[in-house]
Design a protein around this ligand. Structure first.
Ligand code: PAN
Ligand code: ZN
Length: 193
């Protein structure tokens, strides 16, 4: 492997800022409206505008074996019906690709599951580090009234696989909804086991 030059990343979380970055992944409601259990409610919102749900800032690190990707993710606050804004959710395409999330600001839940349908919900808030072992699909959910911001790292060569998300697919077996003003993790009524 070519020797790579060390570098520092500067960041703030109030406001969210991360440099240097080589890629920004932006997920708007129009792109991911169908991950919510009530997509018709998302369509109503989309008639008035197209809110940004998630931004991901990725550092300029080669997506190759031997490197660790480093990123910052911002999930904006909001809901579609009772379901909080969240990432699309994915699993990594390798069984040697664990991931670490470190929350800097806000609060949320980290839904995780295996292909055997084991489920685990991590707590995301300042003071928590979430460890996502290889083989666990993951989706972060912003359950707060402010932005949820976290840093993370994973083996840079591993690709994200979204093939289980969508209509008639397995999806995440749990969802997070607001009930009486508080987040509640419940079974996903539209998941297909
Ligand atoms: C994170 C996620 C980020 C957005 O960087 O990519 O939180 O998630 P989705 O791509 O599922 O919308 C990560 O887990 N990378 O592996
Ligand atoms: Zn991931």
């Amino acid at each position: 492997m070519e020797i790579f030059k060390p570098f520092d990343i500067d960041y703030t979380y109030d406001p969210a800022w991360f440099e240097p970055k080589s890629l920004v992944i932006r997920r708007t409601l129009e792109q991911i409206y169908d991950i919510f259990i009530e997509p018709d409610k998302a369509m109503t919102v989309l008639k008035k505008g197209n809110p940004v749900i998630v931004d991901v800032y990725m550092a300029p690190i080669p997506e190759e074996a031997g490197h660790l990707m480093v990123f910052m993710t911002i999930i904006y606050p909001g809901k579609v019906g009772d379901e909080y804004y969240m990432t699309k959710g994915h699993i990594h395409d390798s069984d040697t690709a664990p991931e670490v999330y470190i929350t800097l600001k806000g609060e949320g839940k980290l839904l995780m599951q295996t292909s055997n349908n084991d489920c685990f919900t991590g707590e995301m808030k300042k003071g928590k580090i979430n460890y996502i072992p290889s083989g666990w699909a993951h989706r972060a959910v912003n359950t707060g009234k402010e932005v949820l911001i976290f840093l993370g790292t994973y083996p840079a060569e591993s690709k994200r696989d979204y093939s289980f998300i969508g209509k008639g697919k397995k999806n995440f077996l749990k969802i997070v909804v607001e009930k009486d003003g508080l987040p509640e993790v419940i079974d996903n009524p539209v998941s297909v086991r």
